[in-house]
Ligand binder design. Structure first.
Ligand code: MCA
Ligand code: AMP
Length: 442
């Protein structure tokens, strides 16, 4: 693989310098200018980056789509966002106008990213460039990220991690970028960068590949995020690569809010302190501040936090406290030194699999569209590679496991497919008639 030099951008086999990228973006800007919202199929390719940049320059809201999104997910995102054009590589098509106006007019949305909740289809999260800049400035400070760095990663370009941090980050800082197409241990080892981004699954796979782990010993900084890094993986990378990753924590809605610093000692499970311009607090079940080291729900506010979901006033008001803090839904603790640890999620219906956030309800709804499925319950079960794997429990008249997995894949993205389906004659329910997912997992 060719390696991006300082300040060049390499994606797969293609490399451009800054001027070359600006030229690609300028060409694309002519195609999309005037559209309020443009969707782009986020292939790992320079054309995706050029479309995003063109949108930012032309003040067109860009909605990146997962390249493997199934029909139900894709139609929802295109309709909900009000996208007028769909860019797929070199191909641009016009979309039918949405049934009612979905145009993003009262929120600052340079990007619109879709993310799953516990129920229903994914929600649109408008992200402003002001928030992106604040986030990158904070991370550059925490990690000493500079023009001299070459960032390497192979993460998908339709999420905050791969796109906002992993592409807009190097462009803002002026560092080089090598995107490896997929985040495989071999590709990371061959890329020769100074900084590497990965979700825990990527680090787990690198830790089990001795040659890849050794090759990363020449890197300046390894960074893990999007889910909790398992302690044994932290230890294994420390032993093999001579350094453990720094961890940082964030959400689509808030961008990155907490980060361990490159110049501080690293410790397992620590996601560091709030970035500049961010405030974080831990509250108990009554909303009162928790004492140092006590666990509670993490709430954040500040420059990188979004102002609300697109077209979802109820979901928005539920996710903010009356005094304006965003309820993350994550359970955490903070030491007297301000260093945070994430210990879990308040709701077991948000699953993190390979760093992807998947709502149990979204997968259940997809299963229920199958004519032979009467009832469905989806849970995340512990998985050494993925953190959690999606498992479905189904009451069905004649459906088979592979057929149902395939059925979900035609509706949603590939990583939302259940890895296993168990067939039951009835789902366990509590006295209120609600499915008792605890008993399913047991
Ligand atoms: C997957 N496969 C399946 C099933 N699921 N096959 C049958 N049944 C299933 N249910 C297939 C896949 O398509 C793939 O096939 C093969 O099995 C292996 O899949 P998998 O185990 O998922 O591994 P992978 O394809 O190598 O993906 C692992 C990954 C990926 C690369 C770590 O999960 C990934 O890119 N994750 C990143 C997610 C991310 O960026 N999240 C950030 C969200 P084949 O090999 O043929 O393709 S932003 C965020 O969280 C915040 C802001 C933050 O803090 O960052
Ligand atoms: P997403 O919206 O896909 O951005 O997912 C955000 C969620 O990822 C958070 O609410 C956390 O549950 C999880 N997450 C992100 N970073 C970390 C981390 N370093 N440790 C534990 N969980 C994390």
């Amino acid at each position: 693989m060719r390696t991006g030099g300082r300040s060049t951008i390499t994606i797969g086999a293609d490399t451009v310098d800054r001027d070359g990228l600006e030229e690609l973006a300028a060409n694309r800007a002519g195609d999309i200018a005037g559209a309020p919202v443009v969707a782009v199929v986020a292939h790992p390719a320079l054309s995706t980056v050029a479309t995003v940049l063109a949108g930012l320059r032309a003040r067109v809201t860009v909605v990146p789509l997962s390249p493997d999104a199934g029909g139900m997910e894709r139609n929802h995102i295109l309709t909900d966002s009000g996208a007028a054009l769909l860019v797929d590589g070199g191909h641009i098509s016009m979309l039918p106008p949405p049934p009612r106006s979905r145009v993003v007019n009262d929120v600052e949305a340079d990007l619109l990213l879709y993310t799953s909740g516990t129920t229903g289809l994914p929600k649109g999260v408008p992200i402003s460039m002001a928030a992106v800049r604040a986030c990158i400035d904070g991370l550059a400070d925490a990690w000493g990220w500079s023009k001299d760095d070459v960032l390497v990663h192979g993460l998908p370009l339709h999420h905050v991690h791969g796109l906002v941090l992993g592409v807009l980050g190097p462009l803002a800082v002026g560092s080089g970028l090598t995107h490896t197409g997929r985040p495989t241990p071999t590709a990371y080892a061959a890329a020769g960068g100074t900084m590497y981004f990965g979700v825990p699954t990527v680090w787990t796979r690198i830790a089990s590949d001795a040659a890849a782990a050794r090759a990363l010993s020449s890197a300046r900084l390894l960074v893990s995020g999007s889910a909790a890094l398992p302690g044994p993986v932290f230890d294994s990378l420390l032993a093999q690569a001579g350094q453990a990753p720094v961890e940082r924590y964030g959400m689509t809605e808030t961008l990155i809010t907490l980060a361990a610093r490159a110049d501080h000692p690293r410790s397992r499970g620590s996601v560091g302190a709030p970035l500049p311009g961010i405030r974080a607090r831990i509250v108990d079940e009554h909303g009162h501040p928790a004492a140092p080291d006590e666990i509670g729900e993490l709430e954040v506010s500040g420059a990188t936090v979004f102002s609300g979901y697109l077209n979802r006033p109820e979901a928005t008001s539920e996710s903010f406290t009356p005094d304006g803090w965003f309820r993350t839904g994550d359970i955490a603790s903070a030491g007297a030194d301000g260093v945070h640890r994430i210990v879990g999620r308040a709701s077991s219906d948000l699953i993190k699999t390979g760093g992807y956030r998947v709502g149990a309800g979204e997968v259940e709804d997809a299963l229920l569209t199958h004519p032979s499925v009467a009832e469905a319950a989806v849970v995340g079960e512990p998985d050494d590679d993925l953190g959690q794997r999606i498992v479905a429990y189904v009451v069905s008249d004649g459906a088979d496991e592979q057929g149902l997995i395939q059925h979900v894949a035609t509706a949603l993205s590939a990583h939302k497919r259940p890895r296993a389906i168990h067939f039951l004659t009835a789902l366990p329910r509590n006295s209120m008639g609600k499915v008792d997912k605890g008993r399913l997992r047991d």
